[in-house]
Design a protein around this ligand. Structure first.
Ligand code: GUN
Length: 293
């Protein structure tokens, strides 16, 4: 069994980005700049955004974090996005999701300039992805594709089962794996909460992508011998014995599933780190497009 270690894989991607950034700076250009907006104080969102900012620093990017109160009016958030859209010094914009109830996530996603949409959530980016046009790929599916490439996982002709149909992970993942590209050309089945015979379908999978957000949902009796298993889950589960009072659990029961697989991602230390790598790649791409480099 090959452990698909996100630490090694993301370090390789980040090194490349750091090199390229250093070259830009050496040529007298400014650094790529990511602006992140965090609304409220959701613990998990705080952690993710802090990690995004820290990783920007590590590769030499500039980053700006804009914090807003949980009760901020939608109009105020939309104004902040409009200012970042108009700022020529900002290359990428992300608004951390989820957002409080008074704010329409869809309105916020659509307010971001598609040229700065480094999360790839804008309908324009999603539409381009579906049609196989160059676009910003949502960071998690992008990170998984980078990981498949770095660990040389064959996808052509394989049956991939994606569990979860979110716009952030499951849906774009299914499109990428089925597309006519090097780490694509899979036959993809997308499963969700209304799929009746999930176990039967998973047992046919050469590749499973678990992205439903239910801790340890995928058990050994759902996985074919030799399958590749990608675990996108990162749920905080209360655990008074842990230092922080919680533990991070994936969507896969790792201990029982891993021995059956040919390759599997750990949680933590797997897909989560690749998501950041995907975001950094998108930010560099936005910079280059906006500077016609
Ligand atoms: N919430 C969960 N995943 C993501 C992500 O990739 N981007 C943003 N902006 N919010 C998220």
């Amino acid at each position: 069994m090959l452990l698909l270690d996100g630490k090694t894989a993301s370090a390789a991607v980040k090194n490349e980005i750091r090199e390229e950034t250093l070259q830009l700076l050496a040529a007298g250009k400014r650094a790529p700049h990511l602006a992140a907006i965090l609304v409220g104080t959701n613990g998990a969102s705080e952690t993710y955004v802090a990690s995004k900012v820290k990783n920007c620093e590590e590769v030499g990017f500039r980053s700006t974090l804009i914090r807003m109160d949980a009760d901020v009016a939608e109009a105020e958030l939309l104004d902040a996005i409009a200012r970042l859209n108009a700022d020529p010094e900002v290359d990428g914009i992300l608004v951390q999701l989820p957002l409080p109830k008074q704010i329409s996530e869809q309105k916020v996603i659509e307010a971001i300039d598609p040229d700065k949409d480094v999360d790839g959530f804008h309908p324009s980016s999603a539409g381009k992805l579906v049609q196989g046009l160059p676009s910003f790929i949502p960071a998690t599916p992008y990170g998984i594709m980078l990981m498949l490439e770095l660990f040389d996982i064959t996808t052509k002709g394989k049956h991939a089962v994606v569990i979860g149909r979110s716009n952030i992970v499951g849906r774009p993942m299914s499109i990428l794996l089925s597309s006519n590209q090097k780490r694509g050309n899979c036959t993809v089945t997308i499963c969700h909460s209304h799929t009746p015979n999930l176990q039967e379908i998973c047992l046919q999978a050469d590749i499973i992508v678990a992205a439903l957000g239910r801790p340890e949902f995928v058990k050994a009796d759902m996985v074919k011998e030799g399958a590749v298993v990608i675990d996108v889950g990162i749920t905080r589960v209360d655990d008074p014995t842990a230092k922080k009072g919680f533990r991070i659990k994936g969507d896969v029961a790792f201990a029982e599933v891993a021995p059956k697989t040919s390759a599997i991602t750990p949680v933590p230390g797997g897909v989560g780190l690749m998501t950041i790598a995907g975001l950094l790649k998108n930010t560099l791409q936005a910079y280059k497009q906006n500077h016609a480099i």
